[in-house]
Structures are given as structure tokens and as C-alpha cells.
Design a protein around this ligand. Structure first.
Ligand SMILES: *Cc1c(COP(=O)(O)O)cnc(C)c1O
Length: 396
């Protein structure tokens, strides 16, 4: 018998769709995937070379649990230069991807019955990780008209005596939108006043468009910093999803607890990946600009093409590599005896009729939307949008 805890976490609502997409592909049907959550770029060569060198030099053994000091220093330098944040080694921990970092945070701060505020739409792992730690996710709806930014009054209304933290993700997966400084200030004020932690997932920090600049909420003041655990990693910024390097910087007692937990679960992240990460952080960064320029081109094309489809309204995202169009104009339509009741039905319809795999908004706690990732080639994007347009036109 599996545990109550294991039962609490539901299988991904997109799993059935994914299985079906793979099935269709294996039958030779050319399904285009708009569902991917990783850059379609290869890890830069200088980073690969650093890993090969690390192997040759014998960096193939256990390292300190929370990462080698050289990597912690590279992270500290990055946080200072990019974010204006000063952290000591003792306030930094490296883990096996930012997802693992977030899990360690949940383990370190949550007790049974605690509550964590999660603005919706949200990244799917946030509520699952809270549930796995016997705590309760408390969802606060955000609105498209407000750029999906959390309203500080709404946040305050959802805070109780059991609230331990709020999770913020900017730029956001799935919306591709972020927070401006004023919005961050208002949220930080509520968090500090109520003495709750801000878990700040900044994994898409480098993927920003139109000259937008990233502000880390922790940089607003020393008081805010003391309440914040900054989460970041190399998966998205350096196309290193498979290397599994993520990190957190925050109050020393929390980082110490996370390190203790990590010491009894995974131990250190892969030694070789750590040395590659040092090169990623300290080596040339022009790869990021090239990648962002390509994403930007796709973003503009995709948004315009989607808005040309009747029933779809798509905001221009400011970051990450997702668009989150409003499809409520299509929900309720039908084709023959098939009715598109919700975003899941639409996703299934588009998979079967347009051979395009994407994720329904319901997976992120936002009905009436779909998430499209543009981490795929321009050619695929062109083809996929055309097919979506044709399939939607057949609905009435
Ligand atoms: C991809 C992603 C992560 C974590 O990625 P890792 O590969 O585990 O470092 C964390 N948060 C969000 C919102 C993501 O999209």
C-alpha cells in the first residue's frame, strides 16, 4: 500500500494528453509539441568542455553537501552583480535542479497544517510539493487584466495564523508575464508585516524581452531579504535542464536546515555538473543574448498569429518562453457532436484534429486558457499555428 502522502498528489492532468501525443507519434503521425518546458538550444560548448575537464581532473567524488565552495562563490558573485544581493557561502545551497531546491525549502519550513499561498495560474509542482509536505496550498486567483499580478489586498485576505510562505514566480511559467517593482513592493510589505517567507522562483530571470529588467524581490530592502528565499538555476538560462543544478540563497538557518535535509536525501548535486555550472556562471554570457533574440522573434510571430484566430486572445508575454492565450471565446463551441467544454477538451481536440500538443490552462489552475511553449523551431511554430487556426475554424 502506498502512503497517504503519495495518494495526495494527483497524477499530472497533462499526462493522458502526453501519452496520447507519444502514441500518435509512434504511429508516424507528425504531432508538433507546443508543450515543452525546456529551451530547444544545446548547452554551450564552453560549459560542456568544463564538464569534460572536470572529469579529467578527477572531480568525480562526493563534494560538500550544499555544493563546492567555488560554485557557491560564483553564485554569490552572480547574485551581487545581477541582483544587487549580498550572500555569504553559508546562505547559499546548491541542489539537483531548482525543483529540488524548492522541495528542500518546503521540507525545511513546513510543518503539518501549515499553509502556503500560491497565486494561480501556478507552476504545477508548487501545490504538489506543499501537499507532499503535509501542508495546504492556498490559491489566490490573479487576473489577466492585471497582467496576472497578485493583488496585495487579495494576498492579505488569504493569510491566516497558519500561513508560512508565499511562492512567487516571475517571469512566470505559465503566463510569461512578470511583476513590476511597485507590485513587488506591495507584496513584500504584506509578507513582512505578516512575517511570512517569500519563496521567489526567478528561474526565468534571464529570459526577458523588450529591454525589460529583472528585479529580485529580495533586493527591495534588508527586511524583505530576511524574509525571502531566492531560487534560481541554470536549466533555463543556460539550456542545462539535464545537468540538474539549481540553488537557493536565503536566511542562514533555513539554508542550514535545507543542507541537513539534502545530506540525508540526495547528498551533493553531481560533482561534474557543479564544475560545469561554475563555467556557466563565470564564462561568456553571449549565448543568452542569442537565445533570447531567437525566442523574441518567435514570441512576436506567435502572438500575432494567435490573435488572428477567432476566439483566441493572446497578451504579449514579457519573459520566459510561454504564451498563455485566453481561449474562452472557443469554449462552448462544437464540431459535429463534439463540444469543447473546457480547456482540457480543447487541448484534446487540438491534439487529435490539429496534431498539436499543448497544455490546458486547468493544469495550472486557470480554466479558459491554454499554455503554448515556443521553445521549438520557427518552422514548427508556423505549421502548428496554421493547423490550430484551421481546426478552430471548424468549430461553431
Ligand atoms: C523549469 C522550472 C523550474 C525548475 O527547473 P530545474 O530544471 O529543476 O532547475 C522551476 N520553476 C519553474 C517555474 C520552472 O518552469
Amino acid at each position: 500500500m502506498v502512503s497517504e502522502r503519495a495518494k495526495r498528489v494527483k497524477p499530472s492532468p497533462t499526462l493522458a494528453m502526453d501519452t496520447k501525443a507519444k502514441e500518435m507519434k509512434s504511429q508516424g503521425i507528425d504531432v508538433i509539441s507546443f508543450g515543452v518546458g525546456e529551451p530547444d538550444f544545446d548547452t554551450p560548448d564552453n560549459i560542456k568542455e568544463a564538464a569534460i575537464k572536470a572529469i579529467r581532473e578527477g572531480h568525480t567524488k562526493y563534494t560538500p553537501v550544499g555544493g563546492v565552495p567555488q560554485l557557491k562563490d560564483a553564485i554569490a558573485e552572480k547574485l551581487l552583480n545581477d541582483n544587487g544581493l549580498t550572500y555569504k557561502r553559508e546562505e547559499i545551497i546548491v541542489s539537483c535542479g531548482a525543483k529540488h531546491t524548492l522541495y528542500n525549502i518546503a521540507q525545511a519550513i513546513l510543518s503539518p497544517g501549515d499553509e502556503v499561498v500560491i497565486p494561480s495560474p501556478y507552476w504545477v509542482s508548487y501545490p504538489a510539493q506543499v501537499l507532499l509536505n503535509d501542508a495546504t496550498p492556498v490559491f489566490v486567483r490573479t487576473h489577466e487584466e492585471a497582467g496576472f499580478m497578485l493583488d496585495p489586498d487579495e494576498l492579505e485576505k488569504h493569510i491566516t495564523g497558519r500561513t508560512k510562505a508565499i511562492i512567487l514566480n516571475y517571469p512566470s511559467n505559465p503566463t510569461g508575464l512578470g511583476y513590476d517593482r511597485a507590485a513587488l513592493e506591495a507584496i513584500a510589505e504584506v509578507a513582512v508585516k505578516n512575517d511570512i517567507y517569500i519563496i521567489s522562483d526567478e528561474i526565468y530571470e534571464k529570459l526577458l524581452y523588450d529591454g525589460a529588467e529583472h528585479t529580485s524581490i529580495a533586493s527591495l530592502s534588508e527586511e524583505v531579504k530576511a524574509h525571502t528565499i531566492v531560487v534560481n538555476g541554470l536549466s533555463k538560462s543556460h539550456a542545462m535542464t539535464g545537468w540538474r543544478i539549481g540553488y537557493a540563497a536565503g536566511p542562514e538557518d533555513i539554508v542550514k536546515a535545507m543542507t541537513k535535509i539534502q545530506s540525508q536525501s540526495t547528498s551533493n548535486p553531481a560533482s561534474i555538473a557543479q564544475w560545469a555550472a561554475i563555467e556557466a556562471l563565470k564564462g561568456p554570457q553571449d549565448f543568452i543574448r542569442t537565445m533570447v533574440e531567437e525566442f523574441d522573434r518567435r514570441r512576436r510571430f506567435l502572438v500575432e498569429a494567435l490573435n488572428a484566430i477567432d476566439g483566441i486572445q493572446c497578451r504579449m508575454p514579457t519573459g520566459a518562453f510561454y504564451v498563455f492565450p485566453n481561449v474562452s471565446g472557443i469554449i462552448g463551441k462544437s464540431c459535429g457532436d463534439r463540444t469543447i467544454d473546457d480547456s482540457s477538451a480543447l487541448a484534446l481536440y487540438l491534439l487529435e484534429e490539429a496534431r498539436v500538443a499543448l497544455v490546458p490552462g486547468s493544469a495550472f489552475g486557470a480554466e479558459g486558457y491554454i499554455r503554448i511553449s515556443y521553445a521549438t523551431s520557427m518552422e514548427n511554430i508556423r505549421k502548428a499555428v496554421e493547423r490550430i487556426g484551421e481546426a478552430v475554424e471548424r468549430l461553431s
